[in-house]
Each structure stands twice: as structure tokens, then as C-alpha cells.
Write a protein that binds this ligand. Structure first.
Ligand code: ATP
Length: 235
């Protein structure tokens, strides 16, 4: 359908030094899906996310967000929420205060922030009233994800949200992301660890050196990919 949250076709990026970070990749993100963009360092994951967030321009290919082509002037980016870099929270303020300040800084009306709904999905509980300096790494990651969710964007894009988390924290993140994607929303997350994607996602797109080497549901991809173990794809 044309209102698919994300359709990427033939996406290529050659940096100014001539390096081909993406060599023509295709994939889609459907409503209700948590899609993991998986690949080793240098695979092109961050390049791909930066293009679809409008931060850099592709050399070739199309990005359709809810059926609308992504162009420098299009406002489809308003339908996205993103976590791209490590979040800079103010350590001496509470989690809640940090979220409120961030939302004010985006210049959008206070009423648009769906704070209660987001906080329930992100399951931060009473920690929200504590200063961020008391947070574990996992809690900070969840606060960062909650921040990206604040306007309840229909497509949420997260760069390595499970980076550095331990297994219980990853399980919690999985619950949060799947809860978010329910209700017809969609999530795209990057990761370089198969185990994280396996736990946290419904679908996987595997990149290696700028090419898509596998794609499908987690059930289809994990275990075999063209008869190969997925781990072997990286060797
Ligand atoms: P990582 O997990 O390390 O971020 P990644 O899959 O996200 O890996 P990218 O960050 O997209 O990979 O980088 C892909 C390749 O493009 C890397 O080899 C990187 O060195 C190169 N690259 C990234 N940015 C630039 C740039 N501005 N100019 C030239 N090459 C770049």
C-alpha cells in the first residue's frame, strides 16, 4: 500500500571522497513491524538512517515515507521520531524535566507531547522523578527512546538503541519497541549484534559493505539465509 511507513528503493550513497557506503539497497517497513537494520561496522547502517532522516542526501534511489517522496523541502519528516546520537541529558534534572525541556526546544505545542502515553510505553515508572545522574545506562537509553517517541510519531527511527545494554535491559527494550509498534506504528532500529535484533525485532534487513545481503521476518532470517547461518554472512 502507498501508505507504508517506509519504502526504500535502489538507495545509494557515494561520499565526496568516492567511498560507496550504499550500493543500491531496497527494503520496506510496514505498520506494526519493528525492523532491525543489521550489519557489522561500516555496513552502511548509519548512512542509511541519516539519509532517511534528511540529514544527508542520497546519490541515487528513492525514499518514500508514507507514500511521499523524501525531498529536502517535504514535510514528511514531521511524521518521524528519531534517536540518532547519544542523548545529551542534563544530569542534575529529573528524567521528566529533561523530556519537557527537549519538547519545548522542538518548538512544538506542549499539548502535542503525549507524555503520559509515552511514559507508559517506555515503562520508566518512578525513575522519571529521579535525577538523570542516578540512571543506569539502560535507563538513559530508555529515556532517550521515550524522547524520540514524545509526539507519538508513526515511524520511529533509532540508531543502536540497545548498544551496551545487558540481556534484561534488551528484553525490556524489546517490550518497549514492540509495544510502540502495536497500534499500527512502525519502528526501524539499527544494530550490529544479531542477538539484539533477534530479540527486539519482528523483521530484519542485513547489510554488509553497502549491500543488502538478507531480509525477512526474524523467523525466516535467523538460522538460515540462503542455506547459510546468518553469522556466516558476516565472515
Ligand atoms: P557503524 O556501526 O560503525 O556506524 P555503519 O554500518 O553505521 O557502521 P556507516 O557509518 O554508514 O556504517 O559507514 C559506512 C562506511 O562509510 C564506513 O566505511 C565509513 O567509514 C564511511 N563513511 C561514513 N561517513 C563518511 C563520510 N562523510 N565520508 C566518507 N566516508 C564515510
Amino acid at each position: 500500500a502507498t501508505d507504508k511507513p517506509l519504502v526504500i528503493r535502489g538507495l545509494a550513497k557515494t561520499y565526496t571522497d568516492g567511498f560507496q557506503a550504499l550500493k543500491g539497497i531496497d527494503f520496506e517497513v510496514g505498520r506494526g513491524q519493528v525492523v532491525g537494520l543489521l550489519g557489522p561496522n561500516g555496513a552502511g547502517k548509519t548512512t542509511c538512517l541519516r539519509i532517511l532522516l534528511g540529514l544527508i542526501r542520497p546519490t541515487a534511489g528513492d525514499v518514500l515515507i508514507f507514500g511521499t517522496p523524501l525531498t529536502p523541502s517535504s514535510d514528511v519528516l514531521n511524521r518521524l521520531g528519531a534517536l540518532v546520537e547519544g542523548p545529551g541529558f542534563l544530569p542534575h534534572l529529573t528524567g521528566r524535566k529533561n523530556l519537557e525541556l527537549y519538547w519545548r526546544a522542538t518548538g512544538r505545542p506542549k499539548a502535542e507531547a503525549r507524555m503520559d502515553e509515552v511514559l507508559e510505553i517506555a515503562a520508566l515508572g518512578s525513575a522519571l522523578e529521579r535525577k538523570v545522574k542516578t540512571y543506569s545506562h539502560g535507563m538513559k537509553q530508555r529515556l532517550a527512546v521515550a524522547q524520540a517517541m514524545l509526539g507519538l510519531p508513526e515511524l520511529l527511527v533509532l540508531d543502536e538503541p540497545t548498544d551496551g545494554l545487558d540481556p534484561p535491559q534488551i528484553a525490556e527494550m524489546r517490550r518497549v519497541l514492540k509495544g510502540y509498534a502495536a497500534n499500527g506504528r512502525a519502528v526501524l532500529v539499527s544494530s550490529h549484534l544479531l542477538a539484539e535484533v533477534e530479540q527486539a525485532c519482528t523483521h530484519v534487513v542485513v547489510l554488509d559493505r553497502g549491500r543488502r545481503v538478507a531480509a525477512g521476518s526474524v523467523g525466516e532470517i535467523v538460522g538460515t539465509s540462503n542455506g547459510q547461518r546468518l553469522e556466516d554472512v558476516f565472515l
